[in-house]
Ligand binder design. Sequence first.
Ligand code: PMP
Length: 393
Amino acid sequence: MSSKMKFVEEELKRLKDEGLYVHIRVLESPQGPWVQIEGRQVLNLCSNNYLGLCNDPRLCEKAKEYIDKFGVGPGAVRTIAGTMSIHVELEEKLAAFKGAEAALVVQSGFCANLSAIPPLVERGDLIFSDELNHASIIDGCRLSRAEIVRYAHCDVVDLEAKLKEYVDKDCRKLIVTDGVFSMDGDIAPLPDIVELADRYGAMVMVDDAHGEGVLGRGGRGIVDHFGLGEKVDIEVGTLSKAFGVVGGFVAGSKELIEFLRQKARPNLFSSALTVPDVAANIAAVDILEESDDLVKKLWENGNYLKKSLKEKGFDIGRSQTPITPIMVGDANKAKEFSLKLFEEGIFIQSIAYPAVPLGSARLRTMVSAAHSKEDLDFAVDKFSKVGRSLGII
Ligand code: PMP
């Protein structure tokens, strides 16, 4: 490597020394409760396949059916030649499912945040952002060039203090928050945020990536969970987690979606979602419309795992959702925990800075509706054995 690129090697070394280097495991089988890695079957406790839909035959069949009818590639960005009837079909189904007037589908949840934020606020405007918001919200905020005012995590008293500080500033104001915070599993105090937004004339946007298919009636998300309807101006969601595929969307009023179609750069400058993705997403929405069985099973599994881990003495943080962190603290120790668990047949990656604040490394267990009670008992047994050997419990 040339000397001008030496910093790359140095940075890689630093990441390794500090336990922050991510060893990326390769799955040799479809996503599921058990997966094959390095030739072994291991219990999968770290994917976002909340409802077990990633390899559901109904999604696969729909993808095959639409490939036969429409091919695979969209051939262009949405605004030139990349909007196919199936994109419109998915958007209409999603809007109906969410109880919103309209929806715009984009390539990922990450892109959905980059799509939604910059058109709404610009230089001279203000964004009030929860300090633990997801990286894609942060990047969307940065791209907008608006001033970013961070408020303490889920702290509406601090949010109000910040809104008051800028009350005389005449500009557009946007409050933005994750719905479910992905690393802790706690839920944003959305009813209080909406009330403050009303009082201080701010727009409200929620990124419900981990609430989609999880919270609310039949998995309709956090806005439904709190019964807030149109009081939340912009709802962002992902199709890459509970929906089991990939993609993201923004849901809201007809005018908002029409505006974003014209303004959102991922919609204007990056090609549309592929045919099999769209098809499988349509099947996923249909499944969620038909029944809430999977959502119920997910919660049952999450609650069971939480109770069992707590009984064993683990610190499982402040989760209010099926996401269950096991707090460790030190990044190297969390990594060792993960490696030892892998030897015992459990696949769970450690999570450290920058995904979580420094010194708060953890393992984050992600159950799915596809796990059985026996799977979870097996996991708790192994967690306890390895946890004890490392002095975590
Ligand atoms: N927002 C939040 C809160 C997320 O947790 C994630 C996924 N890590 C995303 C957005 C990005 O979603 P996607 O994987 O669909 O790009």
